[in-house]
Design a protein around this ligand. Structure first.
Ligand SMILES: Cc1cc2nc3c(=O)[nH]c(=O)nc-3n(C[C@H](O)[C@H](O)[C@H](O)COP(=O)(O)OP(=O)(O)OC[C@H]3O[C@@H](n4cnc5c(N)ncnc54)[C@H](O)[C@@H]3O)c2cc1C
Length: 313
């Protein structure tokens, strides 16, 4: 698809928000890798989003959602599809304590966050408000929507543990999904690919602020020591196999520091691949394949990617 003024006009009918054309997606990912998208839409409200998706479907054009771009690899040839970013959806509010009268313990606090909110804004809100439940997510970049879609987690905490309801766009309408109807697993929120997460209702517990802050600081210090946080990465590349650690296997295989082009397996954390400069998606995928092949041969375990690969191949 080439940007075309008529198409742009048709897609922007009834649309409120920003429309960017000829966008280099490397500027929208933490890896700083990825080719071009013809269009990037940033809707400012759910109705605009709904209309856009409807118009795209009428034109027979696909779309891809990008949050913070911190868990994806965009290929070098970029995308045919339109890219949609939810960064205008940033509300965050405490929706009222349930209190003793409701029959609950009184420790419960409900919080609503929209999908485009940076996850660390939610974490800070909880730290400052003395709300426990997601402290293990401290330091994880990206947005609330991306975290919920992939059930982001760390140190035994997963975001879906606190999610009660998800407001989403699905099949052309806005739906509210109850937690009982969602089946999250390790690094998957359990959503169908056509689900656009708009916002999440969470149930958190009141906790002593000082204790909470100490716990978060401890997690953050551990992360800083064990993960290359300041480098260009997409977090863990492979899911941990059952009762095993992907990082341990890659380390054991002697692959730390292995490099193809400008993509290097971190010497600090073997499940992080780093873009050391002008790294390409081609080199990144080749390194992933080499690791999958080597770990399969050495340990009889097939590693599964945790990151999403988007774009033409
Ligand atoms: C330094 C570093 C450390 C990390 N540490 C961790 C960690 O400890 N634990 C962990 O789990 N992850 C970790 N990650 C990975 C990543 O930050 C998380 O998975 C994060 O939650 C992804 O959010 P995002 O907004 O960047 O999603 P993106 O990368 O933009 O998208 C990821 C997926 O979610 C989909 N998506 C995004 N928004 C929506 C939406 N609104 N509705 C539907 N689908 C959507 C996208 O289409 C894509 O398939 C780390 C990454 C980095 C770079």
């Amino acid at each position: 698809m080439v940007p075309d003024q008529n198409l742009k006009e048709r897609l922007s009918e009834g649309f409120s928000g920003d429309i960017l054309t000829d966008v280099m997606l490397r500027d929208h990912t933490s890896l700083r890798i990825g080719g071009k998208a013809d269009y990037l839409f940033i809707p400012s409200d759910p109705v605009s989003l709904l209309r856009l998706i409807d118009a795209l479907s009428g034109e027979g054009i696909g779309y891809v959602l990008i949050g913070g771009g911190t868990n994806i690899l965009v290929t070098d040839d970029g995308l045919e599809d339109v890219v949609i970013n939810m960064k205008a959806f940033q509300s965050l509010e405490r929706v009222g304590d349930r209190g003793a009268d409701s029959g609950d313990s009184g420790d419960d606090v409900r919080v609503f966050a929209q999908a485009g909110l940076p996850l660390q804004r939610l974490v800070s809100f909880c730290r400052e408000g003395g709300l426990s439940g997601i402290e293990g997510l401290v330091g994880i970049p990206g947005t609330v929507g991306g975290a919920v879609f992939g059930n982001a987690g760390s140190y035994g905490y997963e975001i879906m543990d606190v999610v009660q309801k998800v407001t989403a766009l699905r099949g052309g309408s806005i739906v509210v999904l109850d937690r009982e109807d969602i089946n999250p697993t390790y690094r998957s929120g359990g959503f169908s690919p056509d689900t656009v997460i708009l916002g999440v209702h969470m149930l958190l517990k009141r906790d002593d602020k000082g204790t909470l802050q100490d716990r978060m600081n401890e997690f953050l210090q551990m992360k800083k020591k064990t993960q290359p946080l300041g480098e260009r990465s997409a977090g863990c590349i492979f899911k941990n196999p059952p009762a095993e650690s992907a990082a341990r296997l890659i380390d054991e295989a002697g692959y730390k520091g292995m490099r193809i082009g400008d993509i290097e397996i971190s010497t600090l954390h073997a499940n992080f691949f780093i873009n050391k400069g002008q790294g390409s998606a081609g080199d990144f995928l080749a390194l992933m394949d080499a690791v999958i092949e080597g770990i399969g041969r050495m340990f009889g375990i097939i590693l599964e990617p945790e990151i999403g690969v988007i774009g033409k191949r």
